[in-house]
Design a protein around this ligand. Structure first.
Ligand SMILES: Nc1ncnc2c1ncn2[C@@H]1O[C@H](COP(=O)(O)OP(=O)(O)OP(=O)(O)O)[C@@H](O)[C@H]1O
Ligand SMILES: [Zn+2]
Length: 851
């Protein structure tokens, strides 16, 4: 059904084309007593109409298809959207017959606002804009409108302002504008509408994701009253005033700006009483403004003590920079993939590229997996740019709001943050960087389940700015995009300063001799740590399981202590003797005997970081050891503290979960040990090999970053596995090429597109029945569309029960994302479950998590 290939190349003026998304078929305007069924939306090819016409935005596909977003959008803009500037033409098309003259006369009078809501019903619905509001109301603002029979008006988001006809005079009025200025500019409104369509989430909910709640609620602001002199005051009138009032009045006039009562009182050296009197006489006019508190505590932002300077670029860095700068200068939207091995100096390239953008009065977004984990990255940017806004999870609401306002006012050159930074409202955005683009944290796992890479791509392309993806281990999606001409590949195959890649030694845990006398640290690893400590170097040990023991099992009856809500084994945590569910945080005191048969001698099996810490302390009694996982890193600033101690050399061995595998750059790390490389390998997920390769390569890359070299020891039960073999040789290309063959067999992403529907509810068979009903609908939608979508399931996912809910899932798969999206949209647009049964279904487009 796609005509993508034959589509014209994107016109450069895409930026001015609005995205209009068709409303559902049954969309009637509750704002309207007349309810002409969407008469003004020329795109009302509602589901059920011509399927050909409907291959709209969801034709985007996975990353590879993203290059085709543009023609698609352009097509959409031409065929179905109604750009405001072309409203007249659209209207004529719409009401095929010429309107009678009396309608023509008043046609100009009616302006409409299209409103969406975060809660059901989601809209969009049209409302009349009262004359008094005409200048004020713009897309991207919040409004209050009457909705159905509700007594109070309902808050919603304005997504479009357009001209109506006499027919629309009977629509209900927008009751109130809730913002003074739009919270989203028109480009961001378009992005919202695209996300809403692609991810199948109501636009109102996307707005609530885009605009932080701290901004919506005005966190950290207060109302302040300012005074200005009344108009037409004569000198004579002022002279008649009592002395103090006169002084205050003259001060206010001469200052030429609005002043608060307190400011005036100080300036005129009087109490506030004369000012009150002036106000009473109407000689000064109050105006209430909402302002930031002056006392917002902005957490001191420090790096971890690194003193990094600007570098003279290596040849590879210069070549990379040149290509990125050329992309910036081209003024076109395009994707660049910077594939640079660990330690190749990608950060320096980002910084120099952004310096180029900033020199042209532009600004940039840099997304990183988790900024609190990389105080170093933050420090590097902060020392090189005048104004950097760092967004992170530990910010207070008022702090977040404060930064958001600075960003929007154009006072910020670089925004650094996690995936949500993709929405930063920078006015002159010139470049978007996604560092460690392969990282799974870029996908949000709650509604809307967006991927920052995809959203960044949509934003960059619609603005005509480059998107720069960077990684030592690019995702299969990014790699495929580069292979198929949708992204430009820039390679930096060598480390800076001619540093070699570290040697990787595999330790086969199946060999008893290698394992050493029990415990998690094998004989060769023990030896290597000893050598490292002797040489006054530092070591990193990776184990991707937190807690002490990952199973608690009775040796007598075999009972495994599990979460009553999730059916998953509980993990024993030594601190406080707790048994915890890592899926829902259910916690009990670890039972001293078997809860099933009362046998006194329950066993802790499986290995977590706490147990590894105990063993490491025992094996290396003279070393200073720190553990880094989400249990030890709960307090704000704890990462920074541990990492500074590691940098300064106070800590000899840093052990932890994948947190320590990311982006750290410490020259004195001479050894990295991977305790169990197989931990992610046997997950029931087609990306298991990719994850394993990435994790091992990334953590291995933490060593050999100084002048003293480095080595890596990888413990594994499957040393022959291609992912582990490739990681041990730093051979990315070999890995992707082999892995691509596997993906091709089943048309898995990036070669095909996948969506997942999760159905969950408290009663197993009722939940399954809903899943079956969904399957039936999907099948008939597929047949109707005559599309080649493979539907798998419904089946119980690996986590069968979560937080007390039974789960089933369905996977949809096709070569094109558009087909998958449209099949789901057709099948489920009007599907409702019985609220009494408490069964929900979730749509996850391009899932990264299949558990
Ligand atoms: N041209 C250069 N000459 C010398 N040192 C450099 C140069 N460019 C960067 N460096 C240094 O090299 C180190 C590695 O750089 P950086 O942390 O950016 O690597 P990276 O490519 O991001 O690696 P990773 O993917 O492992 O995070 C840093 O300490 C940085 O200061
Ligand atoms: Zn649980």
């Amino acid at each position: 059904m796609s005509t993508l290939d034959s589509l014209p190349v994107l016109p450069d003026d895409l930026g001015s084309e609005p995205l209009v998304i068709s409303p559902p078929a049954d969309c009637r305007s509750p704002g309207s007593p007349v309810s002409p069924s969407q008469p003004f939306n020329t795109s009302s090819n509602s589901p059920g109409d011509d399927p050909e016409k409907h291959s709209s935005l969801d034709d985007l596909g996975e990353l590879a298809d993203l290059g085709e977003l543009l023609p698609e959008l352009a097509k959409l803009g031409k065929s179905s959207a109604t750009p405001p500037e072309r409203e007249d033409a659209a209207q004529v098309e719409l009401f095929e017959t010429d309107p009678p003259p009396w309608e023509l006369a008043i046609q100009d009078d009616v302006m409409l606002a299209s409103i969406v809501f975060a809660r059901s019903p989601h809209g969009p619905y049209d409302y009349r804009i009262p004359d008094a509001m005409l200048d004020e109301l713009k897309p991207g603002m919040r409004v209050a409108v009457p909705l159905g029979h509700r007594k109070k008006s309902t808050p919603g988001w304005c997504v479009a302002v357009k001209q109506g006809t006499a027919l629309h005079r009977k629509l209900r009025d927008v009751a109130e504008c809730l913002d003074d200025a739009p919270l989203c500019d028109s480009a961001l409104v378009r992005l919202v509408m695209w996300m809403s369509h692609y991810y199948q989430v109501p636009a109102g909910q996307v707005f609530d994701t885009l605009i932080p709640s701290s901004v919506r609620s005005g966190a950290g602001t207060k109302n302040t009253t300012y005074f200005t002199p009344a108009k037409h005051l004569s000198d004579a009138e002022i002279e008649k005033l009592p002395a103090k009032q006169q002084v205050a009045m003259r001060l206010l006039i001469s200052s030429g700006r609005a002043m608060t009562a307190a400011e005036l009182a100080v300036g005129a050296e009087c109490t506030e009483d004369p000012i009150r009197r002036l106000k009473k006489k109407g000689m000064i006019v109050p105006e209430v403004r909402r302002e930031m508190h002056s006392g917002i505590r902005i957490l001191a932002q420090r790096n971890d003590g690194e003193t990094d300077q600007s570098h003279d670029l290596t040849e590879q860095q210069s070549a990379a920079l040149e290509r990125i700068n050329a992309a910036v200068d081209s003024g076109r939207g395009r994707t660049l993939l910077l594939h640079g091995v660990t330690g190749s100096g990608k950060t320096e390239v980002y910084i120099k590229a952004i310096e180029h953008v900033v020199s042209q009065a532009g600004s940039a977004i840099v997304m990183v997996p988790e900024i609190s984990l990389t105080p170093q990255t933050r420090g590097r940017f902060e020392s090189r740019f005048e104004s950097v806004a760092v967004l992170h999870s530990q910010m207070s609401p008022s702090e977040r709001h404060f930064h958001w306002q600075r960003i929007r006012r154009g006072e910020v050159q670089v925004v650094i943050g996690p995936r949500s930074a993709v929405f930063a409202p920078l006015p002159n955005l010139g470049l978007i960087v996604l560092d460690e683009e392969h990282d799974t944290s870029f996908k949000q796992d709650s509604q809307p389940r967006y991927h920052a890479r995809k959203v960044a791509h949509a934003r960059a392309m619609s603005l005509g700015v480059p998107l720069l993806l960077g990684s030592a281990t690019p995702s299969m999606e990014a790699w495929h995009a580069a292979q198929t001409g949708h992204a430009e590949l820039i390679s930096m195959p060598d480390r800076v300063a001619n540093r070699p890649m570290p040697d990787v030694q595999l330790v086969d845990l199946r060999v008893r001799d290698e394992r050493g006398g029990g415990g998690a640290i094998s004989r060769p690893l023990k030896q290597a740590v000893d050598d490292t400590l002797r040489e006054k170097g530092q070591a990193i040990l990776l184990l991707n399981r937190r807690g002490f023991a990952t199973t608690i099992q009775c040796p007598a009856c075999g009972h495994v202590v599990a979460c009553p809500d999730c059916d998953m084994p509980l993990t024993h945590h030594r601190d406080g003797g707790k048994a915890m569910c890592h899926y829902c945080d259910y916690t009990i005191a670890t039972p001293p005997w078997c809860p099933a048969c009362r046998f006194d001698g329950i066993r802790y099996g499986g290995l977590g970081t706490q147990k590894l810490e105990v063993e490491t302390k025992a094996k290396f009694p003279n070393a200073n050891i720190a553990r880094m996982d989400s249990d030890t890193m709960k307090r704000p600033g704890s990462h920074q503290r541990v990492l500074s101690e590691f940098r300064s050399g106070e800590i000899d061995i840093l052990l932890g979960t994948q947190m320590i595998a990311k982006g750290l750059d410490f020259p004195n790390v001479l050894l990295v040990g991977v305790i169990n490389a197989d931990s992610a390998l046997h997950f029931p997920d087609f990306r298991a090999a990719e994850r394993t390769f990435q994790l091992v390569t990334q953590v291995a890359g933490r060593t050999g970053r100084g002048d003293r070299g480095g080595r890596v020891i990888v413990q594994t039960f499957t040393p022959e596995h291609p992912a582990i073999q490739a990681a041990s040789r730093h051979d990315y290309t070999r890995f992707v090429e082999e892995e691509m063959v596997n993906r091709r067999k089943f048309n898995y992403p990036p070669l095909g597109s996948v969506a997942r529907i999760i159905i969950r509810g408290p009663i197993e068979d009722k939940t399954e029945a809903v899943a079956d009903a969904i399957l039936a609908r999907l099948e008939s939608a597929r047949d109707l569309l005559n599309s080649e979508v493979r539907i798998l399931g419904p089946a119980p996912p690996p986590i069968v029960r979560l937080r007390g809910k039974y789960r089933f899932h369905l996977l949809l798969q096709a070569t094109e994302a558009a087909v998958v999206g449209e099949t789901i949209r057709r099948a489920l647009a009007d599907f409702k479950t019985d609220p009494k049964e408490d069964i929900e279904f979730l749509i996850d487009i391009d899932p990264v998590n299949l558990l």
